[in-house]
Ligand binder design. Structure first.
Ligand code: DGY
Length: 311
């Protein structure tokens, strides 16, 4: 039997690509997208995307035989879920397996941002240490941490921050009954009551620009923003201006509005730590995510229950 065609939109680690190729005909867009779709569109029954690139409405429309979108991510904001539902296309994702890595990265970003680790690394490498001691940084232990979104990742971040004796507060759509963390029903109040604001919620119309100018100004020059969720959660131009003008203490960012592009101005700033969307980017987790994506595709094409279905 002819192997089933799966279109891969995102990058893959070697393990993922090798395992996928054992079971499916792996297709990737060529430069000439239109020509590629003309030639292969009818044989593509599965699509793999991630948190940066997913199955858009336009792509779904161009794939008449599409049955399943298996996202190599926990975030689903790049997939047109409404269209998938209408067309009866199944959707899967990779929850749980990446929770620890993303939470670890949030703490790493807090520490590198507050303690100026990247800047001090540059200081040593450029020979400046011989001229004098490095500037003072900000202590993390005991600082109040406010988390937007107390789902699995938000909770994992809170647990880690507790180990640093940080008082934890959070905002989410509703109060979570089983925590001792302080709940705020709006982000402004959360920001007014914490020094480190961590964005850990999913992206939807209700959370787009949840961190706006007002929130940034309430945090102020002593405040920090950490974003391991999605670039669009923050009004990015406002964040950039606040960092340039010193109206915000600092930021640690894993995500941006136009990845892999980032606002030019950020590149010259020492009060921001920039990493390239690496939340789940460890060998162990990427292997687990690959196994889930492939397991979901196999389950679907063998008419078995999906491992981690969305719809
Ligand atoms: C995801 O999986 O959605 C995230 O982007 C991981 O960082």
């Amino acid at each position: 039997m002819e192997p089933i065609g799966v279109l891969v939109l995102c990058g893959m680690c070697d393990y993922f690509e090798e395992e996928l190729k054992k079971k499916f005909k792996v297709l990737k867009f060529s430069e000439n997208k239109e020509g590629f779709l003309k030639e292969n569109g009818n044989s593509i029954r599965g699509v793999i995307g991630n948190g940066v690139i997913g199955a858009s409405s336009e792509l779904i429309d161009s794939l008449p035989k599409l049955e399943i979108v298996a996202s190599h991510s926990v975030g689903l904001d790049k997939i047109d879920l409404k269209k998938c539902k209408e067309r009866g296309i199944r959707v899967t994702y990779t929850p749980d397996v990446l929770t620890d890595d993303v939470a670890d990265l949030a703490i790493a970003l807090i520490l590198t941002t507050l303690r100026k680790i990247c800047e001090s690394d540059r200081y040593v490498r450029s020979g400046l240490w011989k001229k004098g001691d490095f500037k003072l940084s900000t202590k993390f232990t005991g600082k109040s941490v406010g988390i937007i979104g107390l789902g699995k990742i938000g909770t994992a971040i809170a647990k880690r921050a507790e180990a640093f004796n940080c008082p934890i507060s959070y905002f989410s759509r509703s109060e979570k009954p089983n925590t001792n963390y302080k709940y705020f029903s709006n982000v402004l109040d959360l920001a007014a009551n914490c020094q480190i604001l961590v964005v850990a919620c999913s992206l939807n119309e209700g959370t787009r620009h949840i961190v706006n100018r007002e929130v940034i100004d309430i945090l102020g020059p002593q405040g920090f923003i950490i974003n391991i969720a999605r670039g669009l959660h923050i009004d990015e131009p406002e964040l950039v201006s606040a960092l340039v003008e010193g109206r915000l203490g600092g930021a640690g960012l894993d995500v941006y509005v136009n990845e892999p592009g980032i606002p030019e101005q950020l590149l010259g700033l020492d009060n921001v730590v920039l990493v390239p969307h690496i939340g789940s980017n460890t060998l162990e987790t990427r292997k687990a995510m690959a196994d889930l994506v492939i397991g979901n595709l196999e389950a679907h094409f063998l008419n078995k229950p999906l491992l981690t279905p969305v719809i």
